[in-house]
Write a protein that binds this ligand. Structure first.
Ligand SMILES: *[C@@H]1O[C@H](CO)[C@@H](O)[C@H](O)[C@H]1NC(C)=O
Ligand SMILES: *[C@@H]1O[C@H](CO)[C@@H](O)[C@H](O)[C@H]1NC(C)=O
Ligand SMILES: *[C@@H]1O[C@H](CO)[C@@H](O)[C@H](O)[C@H]1NC(C)=O
Ligand SMILES: *[C@@H]1O[C@H](CO)[C@@H](O)[C@H](O)[C@H]1NC(C)=O
Ligand SMILES: *[C@@H]1O[C@H](CO)[C@@H](O)[C@H](O)[C@H]1NC(C)=O
Ligand SMILES: *[C@@H]1O[C@H](CO)[C@@H](O)[C@H](O)[C@H]1NC(C)=O
Ligand SMILES: *[C@@H]1O[C@H](CO)[C@@H](O)[C@H](O)[C@H]1NC(C)=O
Ligand SMILES: *[C@@H]1O[C@H](CO)[C@@H](O)[C@H](O)[C@H]1NC(C)=O
Ligand SMILES: *[C@@H]1O[C@H](CO)[C@@H](O)[C@H](O)[C@H]1NC(C)=O
Ligand SMILES: *[C@@H]1O[C@H](CO)[C@@H](O)[C@H](O)[C@H]1NC(C)=O
Length: 523
């Protein structure tokens, strides 16, 4: 027994040493990329890595220790385009599971950095991120947007929109083949927000690159929804009404309380937002205690108007639909945020990603003052964003025929309390896919998640095992009719577990303990 244990440890250590000695640039000298030119390759062993990943994408938080990887840094260009892109690949030194997982970005960042590599690498995946050709530490703005005043950097925009992720997958799969002697058997995408947009873009534009795609709380419909994210700021500035944050917070609370029970359960979650017709005008002048100041206040007419704008979504000067609004239990503070000065005056705090999109990409001029926009200027900006960029970056083409024919499987989920991206954009896309292919559920499923905020947080459930469900579907044909999810327990409330329903089925409470799976069904 002892000898055996000793031997297997010996073999294990030998393999590890062997793998480690292969982790040198020379091992990757044959890396190549169609349409690309590799500039430099670095390779180095990183041992005994540890990280407490508190906000992972598409996973539950995990504490990683003792991780050993070969880190490969690849820098390349697309000749003639003068761009420089960086891909960072982690190849696990032990227990490679034969799979590759690409990780996505957030905001204007093409990738989320090494933080999101720890969990997949610890599970045995080869995993990577790309910088897409620009600095990913400035995801809230796009300083790279213009090559000169008035001129968009189309090369970097196209890299960011799609090209970089296809490149990354090709490079990472080749690196795995060179390192382990065989390419990955299965390849996966995992991303939320911008990462969700990227995942949908991959299914549409590079339908054979990935076998499974987990693309969640997706920032697709980009040309529409990103302008929408500036709508509450525009409304506040054009009416010159800047309610205090506690008024807006109280309105969200009142709406949540009013609609909470419509799904049969009082739990601070609006599970069926379509039934919630709370009208903010009905609580104007209602007294409340302001949590910021401790003073008693009344809900103002202005605050009701501003919150209705957030909930209704942008409309033209003639009242025509432009895009969806947020649900009524979503926090106002994402895109309807207000900052108050010491003298009591308040101003809108615009969501910088939306502001930057409008200034740099749509108007191509960072000195234009957005405070003075008329409603007709607003409409022109909205149309210009759609006209110039929908086909570039919206990732909303419903034709997934080639992805389906490849045998690809895709799962998306979207929190119904998302404070940044209207969940109705995901319903809208999924419906358009079904119109194109009524059997799309055979390879693409959408799970609305009650009470979940943007990519995490909120009182609702979180499906941190979604990747396991996707892998089982992709490799074993186990169809995810439901998706297991749970809430984060707090001092007052225990963890609640549920099976989320695949759209168009909706969750229904059938009675019993609201914390357990069997108290809900899908219908
Ligand atoms: C690995 O790191 C841990 C801390 O995370 C440390 O306690 C341990 O001694 C390290 N092991 C080796 C072999 O260096
Ligand atoms: C993660 O590990 C670190 C060090 O090993 C420890 O201090 C920390 O409490 C752990 N966190 C969790 C959530 O387990
Ligand atoms: C290439 O890009 C660099 C900065 O990234 C810039 O300094 C240089 O002028 C560019 N060259 C051409 C030919 O555009
Ligand atoms: C990226 O931006 C950060 C923050 O602005 C800066 O500290 C860092 O040096 C930049 N990295 C590169 C490679 O330019
Ligand atoms: C979202 O769609 C649902 C169902 O079509 C609809 O009832 C609801 O009013 C929409 N919400 C918003 C904010 O557009
Ligand atoms: C709120 O109070 C103001 C001032 O007392 C009054 O003019 C207004 O009509 C009231 N509005 C509503 C909706 O009750
Ligand atoms: C505000 O707080 C005071 C003191 O805690 C309380 O008496 C009062 O009922 C509160 N008012 C409202 C509208 O909640
Ligand atoms: C709201 O704006 C303030 C001031 O700019 C900022 O400190 C705060 O983080 C913002 N809130 C959110 C949720 O972004
Ligand atoms: C209040 O303070 C802000 C920021 O300090 C300032 O810009 C504004 O002019 C002040 N308004 C008034 C009415 O004093
Ligand atoms: C940018 O906007 C400013 C202010 O409206 C204007 O003076 C300037 O000419 C504009 N620049 C370009 C390149 O259009």
């Amino acid at each position: 027994m002892k000898t055996h244990a000793f031997l297997s440890v010996g073999v294990f250590v030998t393999q590890l040493v062997l793998a480690a000695t292969q982790c040198v640039p020379q091992s990757f000298k044959d890396l190549s990329l169609p349409g690309g030119q590799i500039l430099t390759v670095e390779a180095e062993v990183l041992t005994n890595l540890s990280a407490n990943v508190l906000m992972p994408t598409n996973y539950y938080p995990r504490n990683i220790t003792g991780l050993d990887v070969c880190q490969v840094l690849v820098q390349y260009t697309h000749p003639g385009q003068n761009d420089t892109l960086n891909v960072n690949i982690w190849l696990p030194l032990e227990n490679w599971n034969g799979r590759y997982m690409a990780t996505g970005g957030g905001g204007f960042a093409a990738g989320s950095g090494i933080t999101q590599l720890y969990i997949p690498a610890s599970l045995g995946y080869v995993t990577s991120f790309t910088d897409g050709g620009h600095n990913i530490s400035t995801g809230g703005t796009a300083p790279w947007a213009l090559v000169s005043p008035g001129n968009v950097n189309w090369v970097l925009l196209n890299d960011f929109a799609r090209i970089a992720y296809n490149d990354m997958a090709t490079i990472s799969k080749s690196a795995a083949a060179l390192f382990y002697g065989s390419p990955p058997k299965y390849s996966y995408w995992s991303g939320c927000s911008t990462g969700g947009r990227q995942g949908h873009q991959m299914a549409q534009s590079y339908p054979t690159q990935f076998d499974g795609i987990l693309a969640t709380s997706s920032a697709f419909n980009w040309a529409h929804f990103l302008v929408m994210e500036y709508w509450p700021t525009f409304v506040m500035n054009s009416l010159n009404i800047h309610p205090t944050p506690c008024e807006l917070a109280t309105l969200v609370e009142l709406a949540t309380t009013a609609c909470d029970g419509l799904d049969g359960v009082i739990d601070g979650i609006i599970a069926n937002p379509g039934l919630c017709f709370f009208d903010a005008q009905t609580v104007v002048n209602q007294t409340f205690n302001c949590s910021d100041t401790g003073e008693e206040m009344q809900i103002s007419q202005g605050a009701a108007t501003v919150i209705e704008a957030l909930w209704t979504g942008p409309r033209t000067v003639d009242g025509k639909f432009q895009w969806f609004g947020l649900n009524k239990d979503a926090s106002y503070a994402g895109i309807s945020n207000v900052t108050c000065n010491d003298n009591g005056t308040c101003e809108a705090s615009p969501f910088t990603i939306a502001m930057d999109w409008i200034q740099r990409f749509v108007l191509k001029n960072t000195t234009i003052n957005l405070l003075d926009l008329s409603h007709s200027d607003w409409d022109t900006i909205f149309r210009a964003s759609v006209d110039q960029y929908e086909s570039v970056i919206s990732a909303n083409n419903p034709d997934l025929t080639d992805f389906r024919n490849h045998g690809g499987k895709m799962i998306t989920y979207h929190g119904l309390a998302d404070q940044l991206i209207p969940p109705n954009g995901t319903y809208n896309y999924y419906e358009r896919v079904l119109q194109q292919d009524p059997n799309a559920a055979d390879f693409y499923r959408f799970f609305p998640v009650p009470g979940l905020a943007h990519c995490g947080g909120g009182p609702g459930w979180y499906p941190g095992d979604a990747m396991e469900a996707l892998v089982a579907w992709t490799e074993k044909g186990i169809v995810p009719d439901t998706l297991l999810a749970r809430t984060t327990p707090t001092a007052e409330t225990p963890a609640r577990t549920i099976q989320l329903c695949a759209y168009p089925k909706v969750l229904r409470y059938v009675g019993g303990d609201i914390n357990i799976v069997s108290s809900f069904t899908c219908e």
